[in-house]
Design a protein around this ligand. Structure first.
Ligand code: ATP
Ligand code: MG
Length: 410
């Protein structure tokens, strides 16, 4: 029986000119990590695709599903890997079409790549098409927009045959777009925002501000669960946790109610930017969406932006909550985020937050406490947990010695 392999298709990488090899190599590396424990024998480039083979010789739907969640993958096909023997690849075409689900019309699409094989694409269309017409006498050949296309790809001494393929997450391989620090709460939005920039190729370093010691540490565990849920995408190597409860209490004592959230956010962004500098990250990311809550008006966004000199990316700024929730379901973070946890933001919440903060009032509040010392103290109390999901993540050396490590959940 012909071997079953996964043939990985990517489109955007193809557009990147000279960078193509870098992108393909990164995708190969990321696929190796995602498929750990799956008895992979080989992952290599084959004529504009990536080929994944397994010890069993029989790639499974589950393995294709793992591949489909890796950024950079447009589609995955469970293909039959055949020799140039005509009988063998025609039989594979019959099987592939039989497995493609209900259909009425079909066509064959052959492609030859760097091969000395004597049959040309038209010959292959006729040969395979003829066999398929015999095997499926009630079905019709349709050249334009058929229900199923049977692909026959001839590359050197091999023929790959497939009909159905699974849609991948698309985007670009993680590690090809630099590093970002993302502000991660255990809510619905920020895990989705993190995943979105990761899907565009960025290595993500989440930072969570916990209400500890004024609240329990449950939001920290939820954030770890979120990182675990995002593991298949391979975008996170480390989670930072900043105990913020004590400092929030200090802020709440000196800042007028309406400006507290903005002030908390300014401190959070300042600390996140310091982490980004240590990490060599080039931007900060939040899960804000315009007008969703009081702190997300244009005035308040401007009042918070002031403290950072790095770009702040807000991938969800134009998304509706329903779209965000749907995406959270797809990426596996929805059910974790729906477990309400007290985090730093539910602590010392004002009853009526300012929706259109005036900058002079924000500045006055900012000067009413020693924010520089507070930011410095918070940076010195950072904790972290490491994850081995992201093969391209490199931890900054300084952090290895001077921060207490949280025990990862067993
Ligand atoms: P989310 O669903 O991500 O919690 P939200 O709709 O609750 O967002 P806010 O509470 O205003 O909105 O938070 C806006 C953004 O600020 C979040 O998306 C996140 O990026 C950041 N943020 C909020 N709370 C925290 C926290 N405890 N730790 C780290 N970042 C946070
Ligand atoms: Mg929130």
């Amino acid at each position: 029986m012909a071997q079953r392999v996964c043939l990985v298709h990517y489109h955007e990488i193809g557009l990147k000119g000279k960078n193509r090899a870098t992108f393909e190599n990164q995708l190969v590396k990321n696929l190796h990590r995602a498929l750990r424990g799956q008895q992979v024998t080989n992952i290599r480039r084959v004529s504009g695709h990536i080929l994944v083979t397994f010890e069993s010789g029989q790639a499974t739907v589950e393995q294709a599903q793992i591949i489909a969640r890796v950024p950079g993958v447009a589609r995955v096909s469970l293909a039959y890997l055949c020799s140039l023997n005509e009988q063998e690849y025609c039989a594979a075409a019959v099987r592939a079409l039989g497995e493609a689900g209900p259909f009425e019309t079909f066509k064959v699409h052959a492609r030859r790549s760097a091969t000395t094989y004597e049959l040309h694409t038209l010959d292959i269309h006729q040969l395979v098409g003829g066999v398929l017409c015999e095997a499926f006498p009630t079905k019709k050949v349709k050249m334009h927009d058929p229900d199923v296309t049977v692909f026959v790809l001839v590359v050197q001494g091999s023929v790959y045959v497939y009909a159905a393929s699974m849609v991948g997450v698309g985007g670009l391989p993680v590690g090809t777009a630099g590093k970002v620090v993302t502000l991660l709460s255990s809510g619905f939005d920020s895990p989705v925002a993190t995943w979105m920039v990761g899907r565009r190729g960025a290595i993500c370093v989440p930072v969570h501000f916990s209400g500890r010691p004024m609240t329990s540490d449950s939001s920290e565990w939820l954030c770890q669960d979120i990182v675990q849920a995002l593991a298949p995408a391979g975008l996170i190597g480390r989670l930072y946790v900043v105990p913020f409860g004590e400092r929030q209490r200090e802020i709440s004592l000196s800042v007028p109610q309406g400006l507290r959230i903005i002030t908390y956010r300014r401190v959070m962004l300042s600390v996140a930017e310091r982490i980004a500098q240590l990490e060599g990250a080039k931007a900060l990311v939040t899960g804000e969406s315009l007008g969703q809550v009081a702190s997300q008006t244009l005035e308040n966004i401007a009042a918070v932006n002031e403290v950072a000199s790095m770009p702040i990316l807000r991938p969800l700024i134009g998304s509706d909550k329903m779209e965000i929730m749907r995406r959270a379901e797809q990426i596996g973070t929805h059910d974790i985020s729906s477990q309400a946890a007290e985090d730093c933001c539910t602590l010392f919440m004002p009853r009526r937050p300012e929706t259109h903060a005036r900058l002079d009032a924000v500045h006055e509040a900012w000067e009413s406490f020693d924010h520089e010392t507070m930011i410095e103290d918070l940076v010195n109390s950072i904790e972290y947990v490491d994850f081995d999901h992201c093969p391209s993540y490199k931890a900054p050396k300084e952090m290895k010695t001077w921060h207490r490590e949280l025990a990862p959940r067993s």
